[in-house]
Design a protein around this ligand. Structure first.
Ligand code: IMP
Length: 429
């Protein structure tokens, strides 16, 4: 039975839910391995709509064990709020496991996220303001607070005091804010311990034991490849590794146990926040994609930047993630466009690039070189097999497949859960 990693191929919001839904009943564990409550997915079950930011989507599927692994940064207040909201609707959340090694987002991380963004002015990253970056920074600086620290008051107090010593200097002297009282933070964190204790596990051990027992694990990446702190458009990235390697470091499951890597790509591209985006549209086509595709953030409500499909981005995602299968979502949004542009290379000051330029300023200056594919006008949302798609839609998908470096196994062709075309199983070769 396989371990499957699911990642975003572009800049996020590709619609991973479609792939999760398809794998549905085959999965025993859904593991979140990076990020925190900066993510956002809407899950519709029956008539009920759930917006989740921190909890893995598996929390809503009976029988699935949802896991928040060590690579995640956890805002415990948000965790409890999300649990309360879904418990109130009768969802059983008792199987949730949280890694003892996951780091905790505190009030000072949220404050620092917001004030440091403001301080950056024009250079700001456009973060979600949830404290993600500062919490990961503390982890790397070895002054973070881990979930397990909450169960030892002395250690917790020492660590919070240590972390705040420098931060209060920054807050007061640089950012002109009031200092944060360590006792306030410690008291808040201690107030969570009773409810948190039963959720805390050695999740690396459990996940490996689950694999030994033949269970199927789905590692669900937050954000996406181009937002990866190592492989994305640094510094306009999130502070974790949403690429497939992150599934291993972020969970304590080794690379040789991973069987499949599924990347989700939209049939066009969107991005929230700042940073380079070569195929971005500033005209009415961009507005059309935004309106037709409902491209507004689940977490922040921000309108998303929109642009044409960029095959260099997908090829890059295929390479750095070791993608075995692509899920191409929102194909229906392109219905009615006469000629569909797809970026096949970049022009950087007269030089052609067939792959993503490694140099940041080259990427900033990249102008897409487009190929144009004939569109279709038929409603495609009811198609349930590849053959039912109009010839031009099939040709578009086949061209993307050739350009993107891995097979396109699944196509999303409408907002409904069942608007999906499965060309190959996501579970097997
Ligand atoms: P942070 O993750 O809040 O630090 O934000 C860093 C960058 O990642 C910003 O450009 C955010 O807009 C972007 N980002 C974070 N989470 C998501 C997501 O789930 N979808 C799309 N973009 C995201």
């Amino acid at each position: 039975m396989p371990a499957i990693v699911l990642v975003g191929a572009q800049w996020g919001d590709e619609g991973k839910g479609k792939a999760t839904d398809l794998l549905g009943s085959s999965v025993d564990y859904v593991v979140k391995f990076n990020g925190g409550n900066n993510a956002g997915h809407t899950v519709v079950i029956g008539d009920e709509k759930y917006a989740l930011h921190l909890l893995p989507s598996g929390i809503l599927s009976p029988g699935v064990v949802p896991v928040i692994a060590n690579g995640v940064v956890v805002d415990i207040e948000v965790l409890f709020q999300e649990l309360d909201a879904i418990e109130a609707r009768g969802v059983d959340t008792s199987k949730l496991r949280v890694s003892a090694n996951a780091h905790v987002i505190t009030q000072y991380h949220r404050t620092l996220d917001r004030v440091s963004e403001r301080f950056l002015g024009k250079r700001q990253i456009g973060t979600t303001g949830r404290g993600i970056g500062p919490a990961y920074a503390d982890k790397i600086n070895r002054v973070g607070i881990r979930v397990q620290d909450l169960f030892d008051e002395n250690i917790l107090r020492q660590k919070v005091e240590g972390a705040l010593e420098q931060k209060n200097q920054l807050l007061v002297k640089l950012y002109n804010r009031r200092a944060i009282d360590p006792d306030e933070i410690v008291d808040e964190l201690l107030s969570y311990t009773d409810r948190l204790r039963p959720l805390v596990h050695d999740t690396s051990l459990e996940l490996n034991q689950a694999l030994d027992a033949g269970k199927t694990l789905l590692f669900e990446g937050g954000q996406a490849t181009m937002l990866d702190v190592d492989h994305g458009t640094y510094p306009f990235v999130t502070s974790s590794n949403p690429t497939s390697g992150g599934a291993c470091t972020g969970s304590g499951v080794a690379p040789n146990r991973i069987d499949r890597v599924i990347a989700v790509a939209k049939a066009y591209v969107t991005r929230v926040g700042s940073g380079p985006f070569p195929t971005e549209l500033f005209d009415e086509s961009g507005e059309y994609l935004r309106k037709t595709g409902f491209e507004f953030g689940v977490t922040t409500g921000r309108p998303r930047r929109t642009g044409w499909y960029d095959s260099l981005v997908s090829r890059y995602a295929a390479r750095v993630n070791g993608v075995t299968d692509f899920v191409l979502t929102k194909l229906d949004v392109l219905t009615g466009i006469e000629k569909i542009p797809v970026a096949v290379a970049y022009d950087v000051d007269g030089q052609r690039f067939d792959e993503i330029p490694v140099n940041q300023s080259d990427f900033h200056h990249a102008k897409p070189i487009y190929e144009y594919f004939p569109g279709w006008s038929e409603d495609i949302t009811t198609a349930r097999s590849f053959e039912e798609l109009p010839a031009n839609a099939r040709a578009y998908v086949e061209h993307l497949e050739e350009l993107s470096g891995a097979r396109i196994s699944v196509i999303g062709n409408g907002p409904g859960r069942d608007s999906v075309i499965e060309r190959h199983s996501l579970l097997h070769d």
